[in-house]
Ligand binder design. Structure first.
Ligand code: NAD
Length: 338
């Protein structure tokens, strides 16, 4: 199928081209994001393939429909950037990659937790400068700590299991309880109880109206003094200004974000020779006890192969008149992805 592929970097193209040997789609790659300025590039394409920071709003979807585009193939699990109701009304099918390698994100989450708990990011910088002093690097054991996993779907469940392996007491909050996790010792509690009792809070739920700014000034107030917060899910789960306030007061002891509310303009790009205009992001980067990674949690060989394969499979199924395996129902807009 003739598909315009947006937001592509060389690594995206490599895995899509490799996988396309089995499908034979006509793929045209664009580095640009899909938005109302770039939508004209979709003329003559039956499908578009997009990523997390492409904007599939009402205007863009109407433009796609006008150009005869009938399918959106997301190269990611989340679909919060698509106006699903408008897509449905325009007869545009939306498909995603629900699970490409949950382990990639769970493992990265633990990497962030250990980096913060043991100040590994600061230690690396120090030793490069020839400074082998330990002052300021005093960490804490994960063993015996209480970790709160918010959202125990594929990624959250994996994270919970790893945390159990470290000897943490794992609390969880989800709309649905996972019996396997309960058998392993995970304790389901209310949202508030998780916030109140956890030493470490890690977010693994989708971005939905109910979860936007889940971590805000009010919920931070309920947390333990010195709590660690990790967000590898979606930027808007965390009110970044509230988090900065929490870091300044010491209420938040450490913070790791792999996703950021305003990441679309910055993430996946090299700003090392430019001035970052986003003052909130710039402020977060100044804290010694905060780390920012650029939406990297998914980025493993295994995940890239699975994303390419499943995305092209979704397009192939649609082309053959079948239901794409990763079909997103428009009703999912306001409910969980389960
Ligand atoms: P999933 O659908 O398997 O699990 C999400 C869980 O969140 C479900 O169990 C669901 O019931 C729960 N949930 C939904 N709404 C909730 C609410 N209001 N309160 C409590 N729980 C709620 O999804 P997943 O594959 O585990 O992915 C989780 C999120 O991770 C995705 O939505 C995506 O935003 C993010 N993600 C990030 C990266 C990255 O590279 N940083 C990569 C993939 C996914």
């Amino acid at each position: 199928m003739k598909t315009a592929v947006f937001s592509t970097k060389p690594y995206d193209r490599k895995y899509l081209i490799d996988s396309n040997q089995h499908f034979g789609h006509e793929l045209v790659f664009y580095e640009a994001h899909l938005n109302d300025q770039t939508c004209r590039l979709t003329e003559g394409f039956q499908a578009v393939c997009v990523f997390v920071n492409d904007e599939l709003n009402d205007k863009v979807l109407n433009c796609l429909a006008k150009h005869g585009c009938r399918m959106i193939a997301l190269r990611c699990a989340g679909f919060n950037n698509v106006d699903l109701l408008t897509a449905k009304n325009l007869g545009i099918t939306v498909a995603r990659v629900p699970a490409y390698s949950p382990a990639s994100i769970s493992e990265f989450t633990l990497g962030l937790i250990l980096t913060l708990s043991r100040h590994i990011h600061r230690a690396c910088n120090r030793t490069r400068e020839g400074n082998f002093a330990l002052d300021g690097l005093l960490g804490f054991d994960l063993y015996g700590k209480t970790a709160g996993v918010f959202g125990t779907g594929k990624i959250g469940a994996g994270t919970a299991k790893i945390l159990l392996g470290f000897g943490c007491h794992v609390l969880a909050s989800d709309l649905y309880e996972n019996n396997e996790l309960k058998t392993l010792g995970v304790q389901y509690v209310s949202r508030d109880e998780l916030f109140q009792k956890s030493d470490i809070i890690t977010l693994h739920c989708p971005l939905l109206p109910d979860t936007r700014h889940l971590i805000n000034t009010e919920t931070i107030t309920k947390m333990k003094h010195g709590v660690m917060i990790v967000n590898t899910s979606r930027g808007e789960l965390l009110d970044t200004d509230a988090a900065i306030f929490g870091l300044k007061s010491g209420k938040i002891g450490s913070l790791a974000i792999d996703v950021y509310e305003e990441e679309a303009e910055v993430f996946f790009e090299d700003f090392s020779s430019r001035v970052i205009q986003d003052d909130t992001l710039a402020r977060i980067l100044t804290f010694p006890n905060a780390i920012v990674t650029g939406h990297q949690a998914f980025f493993t060989i295994e995940a890239m192969q699975a994303i390419a394969q499943q995305t092209l499979q979704n397009i192939a199924a649609f082309e053959q008149g079948q239901t794409p395996p990763g079909l997103v129902h428009w009703e999912n807009k306001n409910v969980t992805t389960k």
